[in-house]
Design a protein around this ligand. Structure first.
Ligand code: SF4
Length: 142
């Protein structure tokens, strides 16, 4: 199986996530990777983050990201754990990919949950909303 992973930009771009938990469970065939038989080879072809929360061009932007996986012959695309827990568009995005790339399996999820989705959402919200210095402080010399 040739696997691609799509991650959530909101979670990975600002949080410093290296997809380590997704890759751990892929190697160990745990979580959503337990569906693959042990004697089946499992190759990670690529990981890409989504194009960000949608604007008017959301579907087109997502499909462009997906092309960077499907052009390299993936059999399945897994939406990351963070995308499963956080993304309100995941079902719509799965249908969009199914429509454009009917030969590719789209699976929602990667690694096993370490906490509930609710706890994960709260932790990510706290992480993203923590006070931080910005250009405002630099400009005002604070
Ligand atoms: S569209 Fe979904 S996956 Fe992409 S950044 Fe927004 S919440 Fe995350």
């Amino acid at each position: 199986m040739r696997i691609g992973i799509l991650t959530c930009s909101a979670a990975t771009q600002e949080s410093g996530c290296s997809s380590v938990s997704c890759l751990h469970d892929l190697r160990k065939r745990k979580g959503e990777f337990s569906r693959y038989a042990n004697d089946e080879s499992l190759d990670l072809i690529g990981i890409i983050n989504c194009a960000g929360c949608p604007t008017l061009a959301g579907p087109e932007k997502l499909l462009n990201r997906i092309r960077s996986l499907v052009e390299f012959r993936v059999d399945a695309i897994h939406f990351s754990y963070c995308m499963d827990a956080l993304c309100p568009y995941k079902t719509k995005y799965r249908a969009l990919i199914n429509e454009h790339f009917p030969n590719i399996d789209v699976i929602i999820g990667t690694h096993d949950a370490h906490v509930t989705h609710e706890q994960f959402r709260e932790s990510v919200k706290e992480l993203l909303c923590q006070p931080r210095r910005t250009m405002v402080e630099v400009i005002k010399g604070k």
